[in-house]
Write a new protein. Structure first.
Ligand code: NDP
Length: 392
């Protein structure tokens, strides 16, 4: 099969790291499914895989005894089941499917004991930590990752949202005590991006109100199209990053700006504060997220795109009893619940850019360089064009 392959001797710029090579089609082992890929979603994780930092995913797998000296990434796929391994009963060749990115060892004692598998020692993100993701004619996934494709979507649309959508679902509905409820206010960073567009729609689907943060009005209007009740332009504020120490004179200027942001948010939300803050920029925004979060509310975070060394002012954290919750990937239950909303046409995949297979490296470079699209990027693999694949 043809695949977009990353190798260690070309780690760095994704444009160089990805190259089309001919690779043997993997055999599905017990519990595994081989999918003929029609389209593949592009996510930031394979920018990291192409760079080889912070993890060299090839070296990591070889240390664990896997034989391959290359990486085929891709954590979102739409396609047709081509073959199944032993014991697979829930899907069959010919099924039109999407793949969710939660991957774990079926014999992991934590998983076998019925615990949340994304907290298992063997939990991985498919197509990043694992090989044979969707940037190839065939991808290899575990049976439990396979979900029915929404018939009304094209292959490109269907490949767009599952990783970000299931991640957003876990963030907003996966944490006891802070599951989305009707009437909640949710602050969503990056409201026009991959995660953000899904978070806004999940909030709306559960009767909650989302306010988006974006970097310009066009992005704000895009977020509103997906159901945000309003947006804040982060360019109108200047207090980003780690705040000065609270004893420094310049802390006053930071606090003034943070209060101005909180007031602008409150005006959009009719005087309410967000019970959930949907975080992923990290270092640049966490101080603000913790500051504006309602007493007893939760800041839930799945990434630190702007940096990992965030600062949390613990005075607000304990006195106002706020929660800072990490979240990563999805389990099967969350993925199915999210996919059911997509199949019921209650969540739009927010398809942004569609690129041909040979431009997967370029699309990752654009992503790495901050050339953002609205919504999600997808590469065509087996699909002839962006319109193919809808059957209802
Ligand atoms: P996108 O590029 O689609 O969207 C990110 C948005 O973040 C942008 O649209 C931008 O919006 C906003 N943003 C960027 N920099 C800043 C900043 N300094 N301050 C405030 N906002 C900023 O990416 P995704 O939504 O697909 O992914 C976001 C992050 O989440 C990535 O790091 C990704 O790797 C991670 N992720 C983690 C997952 C997990 O399971 N742990 C799963 C999925 C994604 P604007 O400029 O308009 O403000």
């Amino acid at each position: 099969m043809f695949a977009q392959v990353v190798r260690q001797d070309r780690f760095g710029d994704p444009l160089e790291a990805f190259r089309i090579e001919e690779v043997a089609v993997p055999e599905p082992g017990p519990g595994e499914v081989l999918v003929a890929v029609m389209a593949a979603g592009i996510n930031f994780n394979n920018v990291w895989a192409a760079r080889g930092v912070p993890i060299d995913v090839i070296a990591e797998r070889r240390r664990k005894g896997e034989p391959w000296d290359f990486h085929i990434g891709g954590s979102d796929a739409s396609g047709i089941v081509h073959a199944v391994g032993g014991g697979v009963e829930s899907v069959a060749p010919g099924d039109r499917v999407v793949v969710h990115p939660g991957h774990w060892a079926p014999d992991d004692p934590w998983v076998q004991a019925g615990n949340d598998p994304m907290l298992a020692p063997s939990a991985k993100i498919w197509g990043y930590n694992t090989n044979f993701g969707s940037f190839a004619q065939f991808c290899l996934a575990q049976e439990h990752q396979i979900l029915p494709k929404a018939p009304h979507l094209t292959w490109a649309e269907a490949a767009a949202p599952t990783l970000v959508g299931t991640t957003a679902y876990r963030m907003l509905l996966g944490w006891d005590g802070h599951r989305l409820e009707p009437g909640d206010l949710v602050l969503v960073w990056g409201g026009s991006g991959g995660l953000g567009t899904q978070a806004i729609q999940l909030a709306a689907a559960h009767g909650a109100d989302a306010v988006a943060v974006v970097s310009d009005d066009k992005r704000g209007e895009y977020a509103v199209r997906f159901g945000a009740i309003g947006y804040l332009n982060r360019g109108d504020f200047s207090h980003w990053g780690v705040p000065p120490h609270w004893e420094e004179p310049s802390y006053g200027a930071w606090l003034k700006e943070a209060r101005r942001f909180r007031k602008a948010l409150s005006e959009i939300a009719g005087g309410r504060a967000p019970r959930i803050v949907f975080e992923h920029p990290g270092e640049a925004t966490i101080p603000t997220s913790a500051f504006v979060c309602a007493p007893g509310g939760m800041v839930v975070i799945c990434a630190g795109t702007s940096g990992y060394s965030a600062m949390v002012d613990l005075r607000y954290q304990w006195v106002l009893q706020k929660r800072l919750q990490g979240s990563h990937g999805t389990n099967d239950e969350q993925a199915r619940a999210y996919n059911d909303l997509v199949r019921a046409k209650r969540i739009d995949p927010a398809l942004g850019e569609v690129v041909p297979f040979h431009e997967i490296g370029r699309a990752h470079r654009d992503m790495a360089n901050g050339i953002e699209v609205f919504g999600n990027r997808v590469a065509l693999v087996g699909a002839p064009d962006a319109e193919a694949g809808a059957s209802a």
